[in-house]
Design a protein around this ligand. Structure first.
Ligand code: GLU
Length: 460
């Protein structure tokens, strides 16, 4: 587990150990023993599956590609988590992402454990046929440990509906006659996927920010007025102004979050900047997000990056270096690209007062501490980007029932779930000046896992 995740899990356990009301049946040496077990269980994955996928490339070359499925914890249900195709994939990274899935599902009371998969490739460098073979091989190599009641993968960075459809088909041919709709989520709607799954993560990301700055503030005006927390002061300040929003990453999560922000009726937003792997686009009066989405759809997902392309796309705006998105004078920064974007070495240049983690682990532990000391609110990954797995759960349910919900019904259930978690966590956050929102979320998730492990008799 990466140091930040591991350290906050341990810190949460120490706090829970010191709260007499928590698992009060456990006393003395038995209590110490139980918490030592908890630390050991949560800091290590249950199983690491690693393989090298052998593929013959179109030009005839044979390669062996490192691939992982790491199952962190299944206390709350079958393992669940995406499969990422990215050149940076390695065992440590996938293990940490698997642990984040355990915590994310526990936090939102989604009845799944946590897992993650990864294949160490840069998907853009492979042909469609090669990617198809990689997907097939992945399922063949890990077929025994996957399944609707064992471990249910989903898309992640570098994968989407197409890959899930291919993988589901392979799973189906390996397990003929068995239920297969629940074996993968994030499938295309035609192939048994859920309406609303594609947009779910981006929508959920935006919901956390709009609920925090609008709905929650209205519902808890007395709490907020009486709070001495520096984070409450930041929230109140932001809620009363027109927000300049920047979004890093224009893939499935970032583009949807940007569109939600640009079309929001509850907050006064201006999406002044978006970025991708090539460029940052900036306009102080706000960018035309629907036009950018349209452009990206026809250009392999890329934003227009030169002045000719900006003209062709009909976009008013300036192209800056791709990192510049992080340092602009904005109120809100939505991080929807990759991990480790804001670190100790660049955190000083970040000006946003609210950071939303659409990606997993985009802010390092050191940067988190520095920003929090400045009163910056960080809505952490396990809270902000759970929309994907929440709707994955709905997809899995629909697959079991072979009854499908309408798009409105999915959006309604997603909003209920996100708000329910937020309304449990936010009062703790604004009352407890000493805890960051990430720490509050971890306390809740670790508390849930600890209670379940205790009830299941696992804390010996
Ligand atoms: N990959 C997404 C995540 O990190 C979705 C996982 C899922 O739907 O299982 O949360």
């Amino acid at each position: 587990m990466a140091s930040q995740t591991g350290a906050i899990v341990q810190q949460s356990l120490n706090k829970l150990l010191g709260s007499p009301a928590f698992l009060h049946h456990l006393q003395g040496a038995e209590r110490t023993q139980a918490f030592t077990s908890l630390g050991a269980i949560l800091s290590t994955p249950n199983k690491i599956h690693k393989s090298f996928l052998r593929i013959t490339l179109d030009k005839g070359e044979v390669v062996r590609i490192p691939a992982f499925r790491i199952q962190h914890n299944d206390t709350l249900g079958p393992y669940k988590g995406g499969i990422r195709f990215h050149e940076s994939v390695n065992e440590e990274e996938v293990t940490n992402l698997a642990a984040l899935m355990t915590l994310k599902n526990a936090l939102h009371e989604v009845p799944f454990g946590g897992a993650k998969g990864g294949v160490a490739i840069s998907p853009r460098e492979f042909t469609d046929r090669e990617l198809y073979l990689i997907c097939k091989k992945y399922v063949q190599y890990f077929a025994d440990v996957l399944g609707p009641d064992k471990d249910i993968p989903a898309p992640d960075v570098g994968t989407g509906e197409r890959e899930m459809d291919w993988m589901t088909a392979e799973y189906k041919s390996i397990h003929p006659g068995q239920p297969y709709l629940g074996s993968f989520t994030g499938k295309s709607v035609t192939n048994g996927g859920s309406l609303g799954r594609r947009e779910a993560t981006g929508k959920g990301v935006y919901m956390t920010m709009s609920y925090l700055l609008s709905g929650f503030l209205k519902e808890h005006s007395t709490l907020m007025a009486g709070s001495s927390s520096r984070f409450a002061a930041t929230a109140v300040e932001l809620s009363s102004k027109e927000l300049r929003v920047a979004v890093q990453g224009f893939g499935n999560v970032g583009s949807v979050a940007a569109l939600q922000a640009a079309s929001c009726q509850e907050l006064r937003n201006k999406v002044v900047a978006v970025s991708d792997r090539n460029t940052t686009l900036y306009h102080p009066d706000g960018l035309d997000i629907p036009a950018l989405i349209e452009w990206a759809r026809h250009n392999r997902g890329d934003l227009p990056a030169s002045s000719e392309q900006l003209d062709a796309a009909g976009i008013q705006g300036k192209a800056l270096g791709r990192e510049e998105i992080l340092y602009l004078d904005v109120d809100v920064l939505i991080l929807a690209a990759l991990e480790d974007q804001i670190r100790e070495d660049n955190v000083k240049r970040v000006q946003a007062r609210l950071i939303v983690e659409g990606a997993n682990a985009p802010v390092t532990g050191e940067a988190d501490r520095i920003l929090s000391d400045r009163g910056v609110i960080i809505i952490p990954d396990i809270l902000a980007n759970a929309g994907g797995v929440i709707v994955s759960y709905l997809e899995w349910l629909q697959g079991r029932e072979t009854q499908f919900y309408s798009h409105e019904e999915i959006d309604r259930r997603l909003a209920i779930k996100m708000k329910s978690t937020m309304s449990t966590i936010l009062p703790l956050y604004f009352e407890e000046e000493s805890m960051t929102l990430r720490e509050c979320c971890y306390m809740q998730a670790v508390g849930k896992l600890a209670t379940m492990l205790y009830l299941q008799g696992k804390l010996y």
